[in-house]
Design a protein around this ligand. Structure first.
Ligand code: HEM
Length: 218
């Protein structure tokens, strides 16, 4: 094993990666500083369970509802995977939000961490977008009408409102086109944006280090 490790380390620089990414010096912090890692864990869990769900989920008005019923009642542990994905989504929104509150109240957004904050703001928007687009996918009454209302709200904006609604719906009403584009955004566009933003977010955290708990005199 040791020989294999040395062989790989010489070629890949594993030790350097370990030292830079995991063996960093961190100031004495508290439990609130774990919320970022908790957000990361939840994102990975959502991605894993979501990939499993796409094996059986069919994004068409004729089959979406039935495919979810099948996942719940016919697929081994389908109820568990869907349950984790469902509750994980709610938990992720809450945890990301509390992570933002932590960085705000501890003033971690100040110099030199402005870009960490900005990429974080992008991550919050994408997380909310995941919740919004995922809600329609079960294609039941609640999903249908919640999205009808949700896509109507931006429609009230002056001038561009109706345009935004029609882009979101892919027409004047909710239809198979809406379901297809919400599915596409939910499994490709937003996850790609989140992976990219997390990459930059983490790079900045490694490069700049974690801020320390502000003291009274700060
Ligand atoms: C999917 C969403 C997110 C993930 C996975 C994530 C991940 C992380 C991780 C692992 C850390 C380092 C540990 C920590 O300080 O908790 C961190 C730090 C930070 N995050 Fe996030 N984050 C997310 C969303 C956000 C949001 C919404 C904001 C603010 C708008 C934000 C702003 C920051 C800032 C300013 C830091 C630096 C903290 C410091 O140096 O003390 N992040 N993030």
């Amino acid at each position: 094993m040791e020989k294999l490790y040395t062989w790989l380390d010489e070629r890949l620089g594993l030790q350097t990666i370990y030292n830079t990414v995991l063996d960093r010096k961190v100031p004495k912090v508290n439990w609130f500083y774990t919320l970022g890692s908790a957000s990361l864990f939840l994102f990975v869990m959502q991605a894993a369970t979501g990939i499993f769900l796409t094996v059986y989920y069919v994004p068409s008005p004729d089959h979406a509802y039935d495919s979810i019923q099948y996942i719940m009642n016919g697929v081994a542990f389908g109820w568990l995977i869907r349950g984790i994905h469902h509750w994980g989504a709610t938990l992720m929104v809450i945890v990301v939000f509390f992570h933002m509150l932590r960085t705000f109240f501890f003033a971690s957004y100040k110099y030199p961490r402005e870009l960490t904050w900005l990429t974080g703001a992008g991550l919050l928007l994408c997380t909310l977008g995941m919740g919004f687009t995922g809600y329609l996918l079960p294609w039941n009454q609640r999903a249908y009408w919640a999205t009808t209302v949700g896509t109507e709200i931006p429609g009230t904006a002056p001038f561009i409102g109706p345009f935004i609604t029609s882009v979101l719906r892919g027409g004047t009403d909710l239809s198979g086109v809406t379901l297809a584009r919400f599915f596409s955004v939910h499994i490709w566009w937003l996850p790609a944006a989140i992976v990219l933003l997390i990459g930059v977010h983490m790079y900045l955290i490694i490069r700049l280090g974690i801020s320390s708990v502000p003291k009274q005199e700060d």
